[in-house]
Design a protein around this ligand. Sequence first.
Ligand code: BGC
Length: 749
Amino acid sequence: MKKIAVKILKGFGIVLLLLMILAGGVYYKSVNYNMYDLQANKKLLTEPLSEDGYAKLAEDLVAQMTLEEKIDQMYGEKMYKAPKLGIGFLLRNRFPHVYAGENERLHIPPWVLSDGPRGARVLDKDVFSVTTFPVGMARGASWDIDLEERINEVIAIEMRANKVNYAATPCINLLRHPGWGRAQETYGEDPWHLGEFGVAAVKGIEKHNVMACPKHFALNSIENSRFVIDVDLDERTLREVYLPHFKKTIQKGKPASIMSAYNKVLGEYAANNKYLLTDILREEWGFEGFVTSDWFFGTRDGLGSVKAGLDVEMPFQQVYKYDVLEKGIEDGEITESDIDKIVKRTLGTRLKYAFSGDEDSYGHDRIETPQHVDLAREAAEKSMVLIKNENILPYGSETGQKVLVLGRLANMENTGDFGSSNSTSRNIVTPFEGIETYNKALGNQVELYDGPDEAVASNKAVDADKVIVIVGYTQLDEGEYLAGEGDMKKSAEAGKLVGKKGVGGDREDLRLLPEDEALIKAVSEKNNNVVVVYVGGSAINMNAWEDQVSGILFAWYSGMQGGNALANVLYGDVNPSGKLPFSIARNDDDYPFFNPYTFKIEYGYYHGYTLFDKKNIDVAYPFGYGLSYTTYSYDNLQVEEVSLSKEGVLKASVDLGNQGEVAGEEIVQLYIGFKNSSVDRPVKLLRAFDKVLLMPGELKTVALEVVIEDLAWYDPEIKEWKIEEMEYELFVGSSSNKENLIEASFIVK
Ligand code: BGC
């Protein structure tokens, strides 16, 4: 007996040892993989080519490839490299480099992928920290296109320094409902505003020969059922509401690539959706780059994807398998020239980047430089939205004060989701740290209480001069939903969550967590000077407590410099200038129907401000709303030509004045009204905006333009865009609320 037991134990020991050696080997491989030079091997080409030259080169290369080599261009990495992703993620909270499409025989370098909506995601061997910016939604609230371009340029530089040349960013899905878990990654609810940000992001990324990849094409606006949900909608809604931002980003930004979504659209998975990937994207919009799939569960059917126009499946070879595609060719389902077409357009695009004459050097010294960190602070400062201010902000520079900082999140390094959009700086300034540093210089005492007991918090608040409560969410409450397809299916079958909820995901309750609401309530009973700072990625319902506090500031997930930016805004060194890139409803039922656990959903024509306008529903805070420490006046709205042709450009101007004592940046918004339309149309739509800096007392005439073509509606009967001949209203002002807009009109004939 004893002998047998010893033998079994020995056996176990050996197996365990072997497993450990194997795990060690995989780990070693994962973190010490080869680094490739992104620049192409000179044997392939010595001179940069003209635009057409790359297409020709791709053609020549494809002609020299075996079918297997061609298929090797159509996926990320071999399946056996899968563990490196898991290990990189679990052990180092970072993604390893994913190399796609290397062909040593033909000297073709790989392309190397990183995520990056708020900073580089893939880090080089010796890099542990990168510049981490505020999330996309925060930047959307800045309404600052130039800033967005600068931010993305920095992200691209840091990616290049980390040996990456493909950025899975920007996320430009539309915020249809504030509960969407990945709201923080996109820019807002309005297709026009989204499109402007998409273009700016792509331009910034591509300045450094990094291939941008807007995502997720299309209709990915619910998270918890993303692998199973089918989005149904009519043609007008698709064309006028859910696609315009993609179209603009593709046509004006000209990204190298685009990523298909996980979900189904009109009954077909996006990666198999010929209507989206070929008919609309390539044939109508003229996209010339390559389409990649979303990762892991993004592809379902190899032959279907070839037919639909999906070029590369990511990150592994799951459906673009040799046997599947070879059999498809044998059976006549697809042809080898379908494969050639795919490989040519991928190679033709990516070789252009690999061979570019980019003279810049991208060493590690270009990562998290003082200038990049400053930009992260500037972005956070320009994004914060002042929602309520009853004569409390900005704080003065009094000394000898007791400043109390409260809330679970007050001293937490909390830059947003831990999923694919995560970015890791080791130098994050928390809200408390920012406020403390600022006050130390003033000679004030700052106390932190981030414990759970609201009685302790409210006792401390009794004699505090200033009380700042930091509330909101973390990656546990919202973000990418880390759960498998099986769990999503089960929940969708039940129409509600079944089993344990995954991490992150959609928010089913738009109120703050009960402990946050209880804290605000308890503290505001003891102190009249409470300012609430909200950290999160989308709208919240504030009905339960907003009347009880003196100030509310939306700080968002504000990046590595968020704490310093917060102090600068609270104390008035920076005048808040952000405005909401979404509407906040008074009642949750006013938003469109939203169910995170379902197989099917219909997206209607109206959401956000177009819905609230149409139904005449009073909102808590309108789209485009945000306060400042000064007040602005709008006068003298002028239209240069009142009567325009369909090919014309409307030129409007308005006198904008700063009536206060401090300088400020105002976001001027222009909406077009359609009350004379013969079809059902929104009351108004945003068609231009500008962020304008004014000194105290300064008056500026602000010019805004609208291309008349952008007023068209999509007629599904004849499948064409139509510009109506009629009188249009023109609204210009400080938010989408009627009361904040002045009006004029013009005619198109
Ligand atoms: C996300 C994408 C991301 C990809 C790679 C997916 O789960 O939906 O946005 O780019 O992972 O990390």
